[in-house]
Design a protein around this ligand. Sequence first.
Ligand code: CTP
Length: 241
Amino acid sequence: MSQLESHVTVQKRAYYSPPWADVSIIAVAGSSGSGKSTLSQTIVKQLNLPWVDSFYKTLTPAQSKLAFANEYDFDSPDAIDFDALINTLRDLKAGKRAEVPVYSFAKHARLEHTTSIYSPHVLVLEGIFALYDPRVRELCDMGIYCDADADTCLSRRIVRDVRERGRDVEGCIKQWFAFVKPNFEKFVEPQRKVADLIVPRGIENRVALDMMVQFIEKKLFEKSTHHREALARLEVRDRDE
Ligand code: CTP
């Protein structure tokens, strides 16, 4: 093939976006303890997808001391490394591999190792600020807000933090009233307004869950049909030229 021919092929192929550069991102926001993780994990399991962990910023030794005393504010958007999150989402959208941090809620720190993700078809981004940053929202295809009563959230959080995150009951309650509750009202709840879907009662809501999974599967089917058709068109053109 001459240089000119190969150039023409590249030009023509530029109109085709391969499926690995076509990631759909679903954001799941909502209060701490509202059931976001369980809801997201259920979607992830049903669709067989990779799991993306947390983007909390690395703490200084002084901040870490505050964190262990339940005196550090993890419920302000300042605690999140949005730039790293956005770079990761952009890499995945561009079809590149991304290294995702693995976070330990017991240590208040990122672990040494990362998780490699190779541009999946669908990515579920879950967190209290999943729909907070407009740059993230722009990259998302669907925004879900998980709703639950505050007393349900608090009781779930206490049980979970004591069992799984190495906390004590007094510390949980102190952190809840100092940071989680006021910042929920200030930063988390306003995300209801930018969500596409508000899910009441979280994972207990089987109907909403089934509808979401069906919707995502339908979108994926449409995408794969679109890609197969685009490829078939290219093959026909290549053969005819
Ligand atoms: N958090 C914490 N310690 C850290 C980092 C975060 O206690 N070192 C808490 C913050 O106070 C925040 C919560 O983790 O409220 C956010 O975690 P996220 O996974 O977004 O929410 P969950 O509480 O797990 O929500 P859900 O139960 O709905 O999954």
